[in-house]
Design a protein around this ligand. Structure first.
Ligand SMILES: [Zn+2]
Length: 352
């Protein structure tokens, strides 16, 4: 299996993250990728630098004006008097009391502070001088992995960092800027008729869901901590099942805080059954390791052994599969759990 990772992905090194009313050191740090890369290479995988496939595959998911914001925001923000080191929003468009005056349908502000609020959904996405280079490279890793599959490989791994599943077509949030899994899925659709995305990160992938919510060519299924008590709070509920053409092509299985291995694995199995029933031809796994009991953000009690079992379960699925890295913030957990999952996944796929 080919593993794609570009060292430029380490250039995004955020300094600020707002949690519980305090600026705290970020969890989404470059060392995450370094630790996972080391663990995966120790399995015998070769870490390949992705080719540069340009902006077209990114524009297949994200609006041009959003990509332009990400590319230029830091330089423009630095021109503000007394600017901080990173683009960080301090205003946000609100859902209007007047339904016909939704701020997202009003003119977009041209001032960088107004744009930061418009394009950044929360205060988990501090954007520094080299953030664009890193998120661009992270997306290129996903594109390269998907292209390996469209060229005939059965599996590929994109060590994406920063992660992507909270990124909307025109909004960064939850440590995510470009939606790597969605970009990979669009790439797969060049060869396959329908793609399934299964997301077992402990947070709901609200960005991925929103991107494909009205479409039937991508099935999105997610299990995650119940959003009534957990980020992203406003999406991820079981009654979100798709809309219009996309009706019944979205499935959320929230699980209660405190749940352990059996609930987590059972939810994954339900997602697999539903995904296969929707007749997908290829699969993207949005693989986050932050349900692990040692993760600083986790509210679940998922053990290392659960990921071992999940590796086998996903390895058994007879579909071409791109594994896209999402969250996971315990440095010690991810450096062991990601390779354990991948090893079991690959063992299961070897011809018997
Ligand atoms: Zn997560």
């Amino acid at each position: 299996m080919k593993l794609f990772f570009d060292k430029s992905q380490l250039k995004h090194a955020p300094q600020q993250f707002m949690a519980a009313g305090k600026l705290v050191p970020p969890f989404e740090v470059p060392e995450r990728a370094e630790r996972m890369a080391a663990g995966l290479v120790s399995l015998g995988l070769e870490s390949l630098e992705p080719d540069d496939h340009g902006l077209d595959p990114i524009h297949a998911v994200h609006s041009d004006h959003y990509v332009e914001f990400l590319r230029t925001a830091h330089v423009r923000f630095q021109e503000l008097p007394n600017a901080g080191p990173e683009v960080f929003p301090n205003v946000h468009p609100q859902v209007s009391a007047y339904p016909d005056l939704s701020p997202r349908e009003r003119p977009r502000p041209s001032h960088i502070v107004g744009q930061a609020g418009w394009y950044m959904g929360d205060m988990a996405c501090a954007l520094g001088a080299e953030t664009w280079q890193a998120v661009y490279a992270s997306a290129q890793s996903a594109i390269a992995a998907a292209k390996t599959i469209t060229a005939g490989d059965d599996e590929a791994l994109a060590l994406c960092r920063p992660p992507g599943h909270h990124a909307y077509s025109d909004r960064a949030s939850g440590f995510c800027f470009l939606n790597n899994a969605a970009i990979a899925a669009e790439e797969l659709l060049k060869r396959f008729k329908r793609v399934g995305i299964i997301d077992f990160d402990t947070h709901h992938g609200d960005g991925t869901q929103a991107i494909f919510y009205r479409r039937s060519d991508v099935f999105y299924g997610s299990t995650h901590t119940d959003p009534r008590q957990y980020y992203p709070f406003y999406l991820g509920y079981a009654d979100e099942t798709g809309f219009g053409e996309g009706d019944k092509f979205n499935l959320n299985i929230p699980i209660a805080p405190g749940s352990s291995d059996e609930e987590f694995i059972d939810a994954n199995q339900q997602l697999i059954i539903a995904t296969l029933a929707s007749e997908v031809d290829a699969l993207v796994l949005s693989a986050g390791w932050d349900a692990h009991q040692d993760d600083p953000l986790s509210r679940l009690k998922v053990s290392t052994d659960a990921y071992r079992r999940l590796g086998r379960i996903y390895g058994e699925i007879p579909l071409p599969t791109v594994i896209v890295q999402e969250g996971g913030y315990s440095l010690t957990a991810i450096e062991s759990v990601a390779p354990i999952f991948v090893k079991e996944f690959l063992d299961e796929r070897k011809p018997q």
